[in-house]
Design a binder for this molecule. Structure first.
Ligand SMILES: [Zn+2]
Length: 533
């Protein structure tokens, strides 16, 4: 007698092996039996020949602070995510130092300012979220930017010896509390002020706990090769397991360079290093417009940046840097004014420009591009989100099909139909891959795509009891129709819901049935090292 029986299913177990026909029995929240059998159950779901596979493990999630305001993120639940690795790109909600809290709030986005901030460690934050109730499981990472801010604010310099040892202590504390690793965002302040030598020291601590180092590398444009070399050098010197975040090359001049980044990953793997990457299947990235300003503009934090944007001398220098230099993530020059779309602004007056390219806005306003840009950033307190259409389809497919690439959303926790225009990756990564790249374009086989969504991220994170359909594993499952599954979200933010996903189960409970959230919150905050075997 099982609690739930899924019968008449095409089972894809997550290994990459071909599907087989059968049933899955769930008992006490775990998978109890898989195969060709019939049995009694408290609840019987006839799958009618659709696919049952492991729940999707989102290795690149930003569902951190947002989860407090949006505790049941429909965007993740509805696309089949059952576990998400949070705290990516250097940005975690803890550790918090009250002395640098204002900078942390700005680092994580101004919208977070109305929270009570009654936690100081990663453990305290996630315990609070656990009490609130979670539909999906969480595998937290600790962010290097958050740690650096806690110790030395937004200072643009190398750490003193005692500052470095304090950062190491904070990494160690988070790992002891069960974090799955350390993330970095080396295009964002304060992470971008860190050298490889500093990252190596922190990565050595992570390695002692067998955690991962997930890096948004220093460049995805002109200096992408050097940036991958730097990440791999950190991996080599520390022995840490490296995960390169959202693998892509942005800007027309850099298209094709993913052939070289893949070669670098292959060579590192050949030499015995554990290097892999993740990807979301969209041609546009989403980031802060201010991330495309030169590093010196960020020294001292957002307030200092706003002061620079008011100074005629600094404006002149900023313009010169953006026009002429390539020694940082100069996205405006590399991707282009015509390929950067404003997705979210802070101030009411600028709402009409949401959805337009920088080039369109400047043409309409008949303004000097740089004067308009600096005024625009000032009015919005530098809090402007953009889509930058920097990637080409050929590169996307090349990265997608490499065996060392897995998938992640790079998405946060967002409501079903929010006011602003979130990137469609928040809602549709897994359905888009399965509908567009597996069924329609046949870039990947169904089984290989599922492997990259389930057992591969589980293996990388060291989660031994999820990601594969095996007796004894937690019953995290997705049921979908391979003929109809597709994403529904677009860049205009008018639609969001994916199609073709019938059911999602987390820890043996049904959180999505017939495409609707059931209100159940069986998710758990996972702790690294808590797994048997
Ligand atoms: Zn990132």
């Amino acid at each position: 007698m099982y609690d739930i029986l899924l019968s008449n299913a095409r089972i894809i177990d997550g290994t990459g092996n071909p599907w087989f026909h059968g049933a899955i029995g769930i008992k006490d929240r775990r998978i109890a039996r898989i195969g060709a059998f019939e049995a009694e159950a408290g609840r019987h779901l006839d799958i009618e020949g659709r696919i049952v596979c492991p729940g999707f493990i989102d290795i690149h999630s930003h569902a951190d602070l947002e989860i407090l305001a949006c505790p049941h993120p429909q965007n993740k639940i509805q696309q089949g995510v059952t576990t998400e690795a949070t705290g990516n790109c250097g940005q975690s909600t803890a550790p918090v130092n009250q002395g640098t809290l204002e900078q942390l709030k700005q680092y994580l986005g101004l919208s977070s300012q109305d929270l009570s901030w009654d936690w100081s460690s990663l453990d305290e934050f996630w315990n609070r979220v656990q009490k609130q109730g979670l539909p999906t499981n969480i595998a937290p990472l600790v962010g290097q930017g958050t740690i650096r801010n806690a110790v030395m604010g937004f200072a643009q310099r190398e750490p003193e010896a005692q500052e470095l040892s304090e950062m190491k202590r904070l990494v160690s504390q988070a790992m002891e509390q069960g974090a799955f690793g350390l993330s970095s965002g080396l295009i964002y302040p304060p992470g971008l002020f860190s050298t490889a030598a500093e990252m190596i020291e922190l990565a050595k601590i992570v390695q002692q706990f067998d955690g991962i180092y997930a890096s948004h590398v220093r460049s995805e444009t002109g200096n992408i090769i050097e940036a991958y070399e730097e990440a791999i050098a950190v991996c080599r010197a520390s022995g840490v397991k490296l995960q390169i975040s959202h693998h892509k090359a942005c800007g027309r001049d850099n298209w094709g360079k993913v052939a070289q980044t893949i070669e670098l990953i292959e060579a590192a793997r050949q030499s015995g290093l554990d290097v892999s990457s993740d990807q979301y299947p969209y041609l546009a990235a989403c980031t802060h417009l201010s991330a495309f300003l030169p590093p010196w503009a960020h020294e001292g934090g957002v307030q200092a940046l706003l002061e620079r944007l008011q100074s005629p001398a600094d404006r002149k220098l900023l313009k010169q840097y953006i026009q002429e230099r390539d020694d940082w993530e100069n996205g405006i020059k590399q991707v282009g004014w015509d390929r950067i779309v404003i997705s979210r602004v802070l101030c009411e007056e600028d709402k009409p420009v949401q959805g337009k390219t920088l080039q369109e806005i400047i043409a309409e306003k008949r303004a000097d591009p740089f004067e308009w840009l600096f005024d625009f950033l000032l009015r919005n307190q530098a809090d402007v989100r953009i889509f930058s259409f920097g990637v080409c389809e050929e590169d996307l497919c090349r990265v997608m099909t490499h065996p060392s690439t897995m998938f992640g959303t790079d998405g946060g926790a967002v409501a079903a139909q929010p006011e602003a225009k979130p990137h469609p990756r928040n809602y549709g990564v897994y359905p888009k891959i399965l509908g567009e790249y597996v069924s329609r374009k046949q870039v990947l086989s169904l089984e290989e795509a599922i492997r990259k969504m389930s057992s591969f991220p589980a293996q990388k994170l060291g989660i031994r009891d999820r990601g594969l359909l095996r007796a004894g594993n937690w019953a995290d499952l997705v049921v979908f129709d391979p003929n109809t599954i597709i994403d529904g979200a677009d860049y205009q933010g008018e639609a969001w819901k994916p199609r073709g996903i019938q059911a999602v189960l987390v820890n043996g409970e049904i959180i999505v049935q017939d495409g609707e959230f059931t209100g159940k919150t069986p998710g758990q905050v996972l702790r690294r090292g808590s797994f048997a075997g």
